[in-house]
Design a protein around this ligand. Structure first.
Ligand SMILES: Cc1ncc(COP(=O)(O)O)c(C=O)c1O
Length: 369
């Protein structure tokens, strides 16, 4: 058997709805700023529970738009070292400086105490990434730290469509939430795409302007420096259909994770990241902690031979990426928790359409390798 790390989920009725929508787009000739963009945005905002959702061309564009809105130019933004590098790169695109922080070994997400230590008079905001879809219980502490210090609080929810903690969805905790809808994510807009969630009407207005070259309401007037960050109608159509399916997708992914948890928590050398109380997780990835980095490497190689694709979340972390070592002089030992834990984390295949046989095959391959 060959098991990929992930696969998008399109049951036949969703494929049919997309094909019908595509026919409508083709016959109308309306490829941007049409009814599917509004439908996707309205459905996503309703799902997350925010007043606004603004669809854009990628998660990275969503990040840059939000950083521009909060005017991070010449300021510092605290971002985790454990994330995909886009989280911190987009701070640079908006003219600011990312300041990396370490993680909590139990959750893979930002550690509130480490964030506190890195706040300076130059700090403008903090970005919490819900790694693999987990919302850390420290979110309330980080949120109140931001309030106390008058900082913006952003959720990078690129991994966390449909995740929630204490009945509040990812994307509804922060002043702003950003999502990636890349093909590998919990839901996709058909390849690439992103979306911003917020209750801040001014942020929504500026984001809509920035995504289309800084245009303001009156056509042809550019008020600010924007970019081409639009999501097309075919992409929005796919995003709309996927959002309607999101609760089911999360349920199915959680069911796979439960099967994995049950077996792996009995293993002597492996440790799953068990879901904490009052949490729902869309499991963008299923991380497993291995006792040593050497065993992690060996397990990855054996699973590859068995046809099971694996990944990391994330290795190397941002501070050990050559570009950041060069740019910011980060070095090994700078973030001891991230380095110790992430070198031992392996991620296993998980997707909504995973069959019982596929899940059993992965479990078997892990337990017998
Ligand atoms: C945590 C995180 N933030 C941001 C991004 C950037 O999103 P995109 O690839 O849609 O630009 C990604 C990944 O793709 C991500 O994993």
């Amino acid at each position: 058997m060959n098991i990929p790390t992930t696969k998008p989920y399109f049951p036949p009725e969703d494929a049919e709805e997309i094909l019908e929508g595509m026919e409508e787009i083709l016959s109308s000739g309306r490829f941007i700023k049409g009814k599917f963009l509004s439908a996707f945005e309205e459905e996503f905002a309703r799902f997350v529970g925010t007043k606004h959702a603004i669809a854009v061309s990628s998660g990275t564009a969503a990040l840059e738009i939000a950083y521009r809105y909060f005017y991070v130019k010449d300021k510092e933004v605290i971002t985790p070292t454990n994330t995909f590098i886009a989280t911190s790169n987009a701070v640079l695109y908006a003219g600011g400086k990312p300041v990396l922080a370490d993680m909590d070994a139990r959750t893979l997400c930002l550690d509130a105490d480490d964030v506190k230590k890195r706040i300076t008079p130059q700090t403008r905001g903090v970005v919490l990434v819900h790694v693999a879809g987990f919302i850390t219980p420290q979110i309330e502490e980080i949120q109140s730290l931001c309030r106390t210090h008058n900082l913006f609080f952003m959720e990078d929810a690129a991994h966390a469509h449909g995740s929630s903690y204490k009945d509040v969805k990812a994307g509804a905790w922060g002043d702003v939430g950003i999502f990636s809808c890349l093909a590998t994510k919990v839901i996709t807009t058909g390849g690439v795409g992103g979306i911003i969630t917020t209750n801040d009407g001014e942020l929504a207005r500026i984001a809509r302007s920035l995504r289309f070259h800084g245009e303001d309401k009156s056509r042809g007037i550019q008020d600010r420096l924007g970019n081409d960050w639009m999501l097309s109608e075919p992409q929005a159509l796919v995003g709309y259909v996927q959002t309607k399916r999101l609760s089911e997708i999360v349920e199915k992914r959680m069911a796979v994770a439960k099967k994995y948890d049950k077996i792996f928590q009995e293993h002597a050398f492996l440790k799953p990241f068990l879901l904490l109380p009052e949490s729902i997780c869309g499991y963008y990835k299923y991380p497993l902690l291995v006792d040593t980095a050497a065993h992690r490497k060996a397990l990855g190689e054996r699973l590859k031979k068995a046809g099971v694709a694996t990944g990391s979340s994330y290795w190397p972390p941002c501070h050990l990426q050559p570009v950041y070592k060069k740019e910011f002089r980060y070095k090994e030992g700078d973030f001891s928790v991230a380095e110790d834990v992430l070198s031992r984390v392996i991620t296993l295949p998980i997707y909504a359409g995973m069959t019982d046989e596929e899940a059993a095959y992965v479990i078997d391959a892990v337990m017998n390798s």
